[in-house]
Design a protein around this ligand. Structure first.
Ligand code: SF4
Ligand code: SF4
Length: 213
């Protein structure tokens, strides 16, 4: 037997019931966040934008091994490694990451890449402001991901700390750039000695003298 339809309220009561919901909400605590003027502090281990870290003398920790790219379930990382030379050295060992890109249109910020990195070159920051209206802008390059220079660092490429080897860097024996360390010319980036000279501070040696140092 078909069920009897339930008795409905008279039509004029429906708007009144709706306003009742509004009226009750007026006295509840406001949840509106004044973003971006007031930013919430993230949890300490929040997974935000990535960062490529440096050794304390400014050389890069990335060795271009591509393990992060292989670990990524979203195929969001692209790495091309290259050999260091005495004239153009970016990391203490044999290889460095010449090209490094993360596509934030793909990345799900899972953190598997930073777990895979053998040198702790790749970590994640608390920066979550990654939105953009262009897909191209969501592909972050090595220049955007590389950590800034802290006190005691000299920008790569530059020579390894005298008397130290790659293992010494990982043992924490290198704590700052050796006195007199200067940035080398980045030949792989197409810098000419004249252009590279602009990256040197006032009173520092001309870049021509740095080549083949
Ligand atoms: S956080 Fe996850 S998805 Fe994003 S690049 Fe790393 S491994 Fe790939
Ligand atoms: S970030 Fe780490 S895992 Fe990725 S290429 Fe560099 S050293 Fe290898």
């Amino acid at each position: 037997m078909a069920e009897e339809p339930k008795e409905t309220k008279p039509g004029f009561q429906n708007p009144v019931a709706g306003f009742g919901v509004t009226f009750k909400a007026m006295f509840k605590k406001r949840l509106t966040e004044q973003y971006p003027e007031q930013q919430k502090t993230t949890a300490p281990r929040f997974h935000g934008r990535h960062q490529l870290n440096r050794h304390p003398d400014g050389l890069e920790k990335c060795v271009g091994c591509e393990l992060c790219a292989w670990a990524c379930p979203a195929d969001a990382i692209y790495v091309e490694g290259a050999d260091n030379t005495d004239e153009e050295r970016y990391s203490p060992g044999e290889r460095y990451g010449r090209v490094y890109q993360i596509n934030y249109a793909r990345c799900i910020l899972c953190g598997l890449c930073i777990e895979a990195c053998p040198t702790r070159a790749l970590t994640m920051t608390n920066d979550f402001e990654l939105a953009d209206s262009s897909r191209a802008n969501l592909i972050y390059t090595k220049e955007q991901l590389l950590a800034g220079l802290e006190e005691g660092m000299v920008d790569s490429p530059h020579a390894i700390y005298p008397g130290m080897d790659e293992q010494d860097y990982y043992r924490g024996l290198v704590t700052e750039a050796a006195p007199g360390t200067v940035r080398q010319v980045a030949v792989s980036k197409g810098e000419t000695p004249q252009e590279a000279a602009s990256t040197f501070g006032e009173g520092e040696p001309a870049s021509e003298k740095v080549i083949g140092r």
